[in-house]
Write a protein that binds this ligand. Structure first.
Ligand code: HEC
Length: 236
């Protein structure tokens, strides 16, 4: 199967370039944020920017671009609620005769926002008896909410057609087709979960194509649809 697909790719190279619909990509810019610091400013902690698709018609994935201290416990709060907690491990590189350890790592931290309005984010790092927090507020403007089915048909299905259909849906790779109705695709999303954005972005090894890259606009859109499917979201 894999060799057949590679054969098809070599036969028509143009067809192997990932097709990413331009209108989604154009909005894929990082906004710088300036935060407020509390605690020990010698701990390396920073939120440098956020990335999300403006005027998304419903729940939107907001990606925080952060620098976090190694060997620290990190918590992320959105509007006062703890949404993520992670222990950041040591990050060392073994070179001849010397081991170099970083005191911070760069991480993209995704959070989901369901409503327009002001979003307050606080990231807290604790390392030994030291702590530091960074916080910022930003207004997120969503378009008026669209049903899961309408969002699937207007936003995601064109991407399935452009980036997945040549393998999925023409008899080569199974799993789903670009012609699936929302109830069909919703079932696939629920059964395969984050494979839908981790496979096409190369975060999981072994998939034949990488039309997405981690946290880009198409990746976020797929994650937003999975969020809708898993949470049985409906516009209120
Ligand atoms: C170059 C061909 C190719 C392209 C393009 C492609 N895929 Fe795949 N994909 C495959 C093959 C082959 C498999 C393995 C088929 C199987 O499991 O039967 C697969 C498997 C998958 C799986 C199943 C993983 C699991 O749980 O087993 C998912 C989900 C998936 N692809 C999503 C996508 C999405 C979404 C796109 C478009 C953004 C895409 N693929 C584009 C070839 C492709």
């Amino acid at each position: 199967m894999r060799w057949l697909l590679w054969g098809l790719c070599i036969a028509g190279l143009a067809g192997c370039n990932p097709a990413v619909p331009g209108d989604v990509q154009e909005q894929d810019e990082s906004d710088p944020v300036s935060g407020t610091t509390e605690g020990d400013a010698t701990l390396p902690l920073d939120i440098s920017g956020i990335r999300f698709t403006e005027r998304t018609p419903g729940p939107v994935m907001v990606v925080l671009e952060t620098e976090l201290p190694t060997e620290a416990d990190v918590q992320v709060y959105v509007d006062g609620y703890l949404v993520k907690e992670e222990a950041i491990p040591r990050s060392c590189q073994v070179l001849p005769a010397v081991t170099v350890c970083e005191d911070s790592v760069f991480r993209k931290v995704p959070v989901m926002i369901e409503r327009s309005g002001e979003m307050n984010v606080e990231v807290v790092a604790m390392k030994g008896d030291r702590w530091r927090s960074e916080s910022f507020s930003q207004t997120i403007t969503l378009a008026s909410c669209q049903s899961n089915q309408a969002t699937y048909e207007s936003e995601l299905q064109p991407i399935l057609r452009g980036s997945c259909e040549r393998c999925h849906g023409n008899g080569n790779a199974g799993v789903f087709t670009a012609d699936d109705t929302w109830p069909q695709f919703r079932t696939s999303l629920i059964n395969r979960g984050d494979a839908f954005y981790r496979y096409p972005s190369g975060q999981d090894p072994g998939h034949d194509a990488h039309p997405f890259s981690p946290y880009d606009a198409t990746y976020r859109l797929m994650a937003e649809m999975l969020w809708r499917a898993e949470g049985d979201f409906s516009c209120s």
